[in-house]
Design a protein around this ligand. Structure first.
Ligand code: C5P
Length: 301
């Protein structure tokens, strides 16, 4: 069921599903099965979907609400939804129904779908964290990561939801130094971009693995490092979805923006600012200038 508004204030459990942002993304190679090998520094923004759960006697059901709930088709809340797949995968991990309960899950879809900032992967990861807690499964982190891997390449990093270097196709995760306080703007032009198509159109050599410093002494330090890296998928995404180029130029042109890039396979782009407040001000200006765009400004988690 996809609904416009729903009272979740009495629900017992809530879990945030923060947006993942690829600060840089290098395609470093290609596996025999066609999947691309990546090297990426991933951070999480204060923007995100929210998952609510009320245990109950009915079989587990999912309802979707929020600004982008309508962007999902009517079958989106069905058995194929990553949230319900995550619930089933966790049940299988338990190996027994002892912990498992039914009830209602409500997903507040606040992030644009198919937009390069996690979305469905963040929702699946939030479902694993929430149901592990609600059902008192107490799965080990290693087991949850293994389950996450079966749900999608970005689900393991979203399970951690902290600054992480992601390699392989997403299964190889290393903690990365936390960024100094800064602000971030996220902008999506409203056009969904097909990940396989963007990968297909990528041209040129594979990029090397980045040499990551052990820590950051200042935001300027981070920006200097990021300026030496890039997103291998930015150019092909601009071909598939030309508004990405305009969005990048508009973010970069904002007062106080120190770096503008695309996240994942697009189309969402981000800008880095000195403070969350400066990011919110830039977001307000961008929203006024482009009311049809989804714009968010704030800090990192
Ligand atoms: O991870 P996701 O399911 O969004 O990937 C969709 C498609 O994008 C894959 O089927 C593959 O064609 C391509 N892809 C890839 N290399 C990756 C991730 C995705 O080639 N690391």
């Amino acid at each position: 069921m996809t609904v416009a508004a729903l009272d979740v204030s009495t629900f017992a459990f809530t879990e945030a599903a923060p947006a993942k942002v690829n600060l840089y993304l290098h395609v470093t190679g290609r596996r025999a099965d066609g999947y691309h090998l990546l090297d990426s520094l991933v951070v999480f923004a204060g923007a995100g979907d929210v998952l609510h759960y009320q245990p109950g006697p009915t079989p587990l059901q999912l309802e979707i609400t929020g600004r982008f709930g309508r962007a999902l088709d009517s079958s989106a809340a069905g058995a194929d939804n990553l949230v319900l797949k995550a619930a089933r995968a966790l049940q299988e991990l338990c190996g027994t129904q002892a912990h498992v309960q039914g009830g209602r899950l409500v997903l507040e879809k606040k992030l644009p779908v198919a937009s390069g900032i996690g979305g469905g992967s963040a929702d699946a990861a939030a479902a694993l964290r929430l149901l592990d807690r609600a059902w008192n499964v107490q799965a080990s982190r290693a087991d949850l990561l293994k389950v996450a891997e079966t749900l999608g390449a970005d689900v393991p990093v979203c399970l951690l939801s902290q600054t992480t270097r992601m390699e392989g196709i997403g299964e190889n995760l290393t903690p990365a130094p936390h960024l100094p306080e800064c602000g971030m703007v996220l902008v999506n032009c409203g056009q969904a971009v097909s990940t396989p198509e963007v990968f297909r159109r990528r041209e040129g050599d594979f990029l090397p693995r980045a040499t990551m410093p052990d820590g950051w002494s200042s935001l300027a330090d981070v920006v200097t490092f990021l300026k030496q890296q890039g997103n291998s998928l930015e150019e092909p995404a601009c071909v598939v979805c030309p508004p990405v180029g305009h969005v990048l130029a508009d973010i970069a042109g904002q007062d106080g923006c120190v770096l503008a890039r695309m996240s994942g396979s697009g189309a969402t782009c981000f800008g880095i600012f000195a403070t969350p407040q400066a990011a919110r001000q830039a977001a307000d200006r961008l929203e006024d200038a482009h009311p049809a765009w989804w714009v968010w400004g704030g800090g990192l988690v």
